[in-house]
Design a protein around this ligand. Structure first.
Ligand code: GLC
Length: 603
């Protein structure tokens, strides 16, 4: 039995044995945080509110006031305390307003010094102004950033909302600047939205799902025509185009929560009972048994940054990399308590199975492609080489030409008889950041980016995926989506926001010069072009057809990249180190697996 199978077989027993769904996660906490029930309560006794969540919001404002008082009462000492704690955690933190210093990476090695750059460029100044202008306040405090802030856009659709995934680079930019409050508020407010009563045609999403986005609405106060109040209105996908489920939101939330603690030194947020419950609810949703044979997370199309139909249903790489990162981060933050042992066991088993599965089956390079090209098919046996019954014809002509002699990457998706060979940037970069990729694979991914620079970076970093779907494939796979035409938007468009993930990955592998080169290319035109959401054409020459301008995560992505290149050491708040236990389990089981293979019974 391979390690993947070992983990898969161990997990269900340990997990279901203690009925975790009811006992582990759904306990009411000290903070009384059970909004789904609270909402039901109000529906029953007060009738359906005009706006969902109206009642709970009054409570939230109260909570925020309390939070504000805590900060105020400290006369600014909160910031100092936080910095002191940060110093203990990270070793070298200066006053708020300055980012972490030092050129030492997590292994204690000196990171490569970069050529001295200008201290503050005007592009950077503009970006900071724009980022601050995009801040959204709720009950008088900052809670997020609006997705796009173009004053000339008369039809913003949902770009006037705070998207969870879009806020991550904003949050990181603020953290690195020493401005922690907005991130703390964002974490706590989105947590409040986590189990909101939201339905689509009478069906509610799983508890623990984080919304894709939320909006602050001002509505008339019940029973008082002259007064108004603010409410937070989340969208879990029930209003989103295509009704897609935002699987990545909760995973990003966990990643940001960890980064907040690491950067600010304020571990009190992650230690709160309601936050611990929130983490567990996300984990529960992800670790629940289903029909799936694979340790990868099974999702519908459009469940992540690519939030439209693009043929990424099943087990897309981006979700797997975020899932892995969130599992590692959650394990770091969960406070040990009676009753969480099963969860930790399930989590550990999943980590091992997931890393084995992705490293073994998603990886392609020249040699592996050649193996696939020569695959035998229809193998009914326990030790099939071609486990997923991939027909060699899937190795399409573009790939034969494209794969460089040096370098490799993780494919976009793996299903029975299907390998999606497209290169997806975010999934590959976050596999490096989370150590889902081995060190060798991580370097190989960066080698590939370097050798395919004119395809992946060209005139604006970075292609969201490569290559584009064209002709019949575009028609069938996207449903003839006019926004996702070849080399536009999600279908081979170029997204400046991806700069920050590229930068973290490059710094982790001690190759920051690759990211620096990409940032320099972006800098040539991004501000003049008004910070577009994405670029079109094969070489990213045009601002995208329907691209929003003053897109916040393009601005924040650029800022994070700049901040990190200045202080590479700070990138450690985002990456996960290779876990020694996982590594051990993998190598032990590989050895065992080999012995087993010799004796395998072939039907
Ligand atoms: C688009 C992107 C999505 C992003 C949203 C708001 O729908 O595909 O990833 O979160 O815009 O910017």
């Amino acid at each position: 039995m391979g390690i993947a199978e070992v983990a898969l077989h161990t997990m269900p027993g340990t997990f279901t044995g203690h009925s975790p769904a009811s006992s582990l996660f759904l306990r009411t906490d000290a903070g009384g945080r059970r909004k789904r029930n609270t909402n039901l309560f109000y529906r029953k006794f007060k009738g359906t509110p005009k706006f969902p969540g109206l009642r709970s919001v009054e409570r939230q404002c109260q909570r925020i006031d309390d939070l504000a008082k805590v900060i105020e009462a400290g006369n600014g000492t909160w910031d100092k305390d936080v910095v002191n704690k940060a110093s203990q955690v990270l070793g070298d933190v200066s006053v708020p307003g300055q980012v972490l210093g030092g050129n030492i990476n997590l292994n204690g090695n000196a990171t490569k010094p970069l050529p001295q750059r200008q201290k503050v460029s005007s592009v950077e100044d503009e970006a900071w102004d724009l980022l601050r202008d995009s801040i959204v306040n709720y009950c008088g405090i900052p809670v997020g950033t609006i997705a796009a802030n173009d004053p000339n856009d008369s039809n913003p659709a949902n770009y006037d909302q705070v998207f969870i995934r879009d806020f991550i680079p904003s949050g990181v930019a603020f953290l690195l600047k020493g401005e922690y409050e907005i991130v703390r508020n964002f974490i706590l407010h989105t947590l409040q939205l986590q189990s909101w009563e939201k339905t689509m045609d009478c069906h509610s999403p799983g508890q623990g799902l984080m919304p894709a986005s939320f909006k602050v609405r001002t509505i008339p106060l019940d029973g008082d025509d002259d007064a108004t109040e603010e409410v937070l209105d989340p969208d879990f996908g029930e209003a989103a185009i295509g009704r897609v489920a935002p699987v990545d939101s909760g995973l990003w939330w966990i990643i940001l929560l960890r980064a907040y603690g690491k950067c600010s030194g304020d571990l009190s947020v992650q230690e709160r009972i309601d936050v611990q419950t929130g983490i567990k609810m996300i984990l529960k949703l992800c670790l629940t048994d289903g029909f799936d044979m694979f340790p990868t997370l099974l999702v519908t199309d459009g469940s992540c940054m690519i939030d439209r139909r693009m043929g990424i249903h099943g087990h897309p790489l981006e979700i797997q990399a975020l899932f892995y990162s969130a599992l590692l981060s959650a394990r770091e933050m969960l406070t040990p308590e009676d009753g969480s042992a099963d969860l930790i066991r399930a989590l550990n088993n999943r980590l091992i199975a997931l890393s084995f599965h992705i490293r073994e089956y998603y990886w392609v390079d020249m040699q592996k492609l050649n193996e696939i090209y020569r695959y035998k098919t229809e193998e009914y046996s326990y030790d099939a080489v071609n486990k997923f019954n991939i027909y060699p014809d899937q190795v399409s002509p573009w790939l034969v030409e494209w794969i460089p002699p040096k370098g490799g990457y993780f494919i976009g998706n793996l299903q029975p008889a299907h390998m999606d060979f497209r290169f997806f940037a975010l999934g590959n970069l976050w596999s490096i950041v989370s150590s889902l990729a081995t060190t060798h694979q991580s370097h190989a991914i960066l080698d590939l980016i370097e050798s395919k620079w004119s395809d992946l970076v060209a005139e604006m970093p970075l292609k969201i995926c490569y290559p584009a779907l064209e002709n019949q494939e575009w028609k069938i796979i996207t449903g003839s989506d006019p926004k996702n035409t070849p080399w536009s938007y999600h279908n081979g468009g170029s997204w400046p926001t991806l700069l920050w993930q590229l930068t973290v990955a490059c710094i982790k592998m001690n190759r920051p010069e690759i990211a620096a080169k990409a940032v320099e290319i972006a800098e040539r035109r991004i501000a003049t072009d008004k910070w577009p959401e994405y670029y079109d054409t094969k070489r990213a020459r045009f601002i995208g057809k329907q691209s929003r301008l003053y897109q916040t995560w393009s601005i924040a992505g650029y800022l994070v990249a700049k901040q990190l290149l200045d202080k590479p050491d700070a990138a450690r708040i985002l990456w996960n180190d290779e876990d020694a236990e996982i590594l051990n389990a993998l190598s032990t089981n590989r050895k065992r697996g080999k012995k087993v293979l010799k004796k395998t019974y072939i039907v």
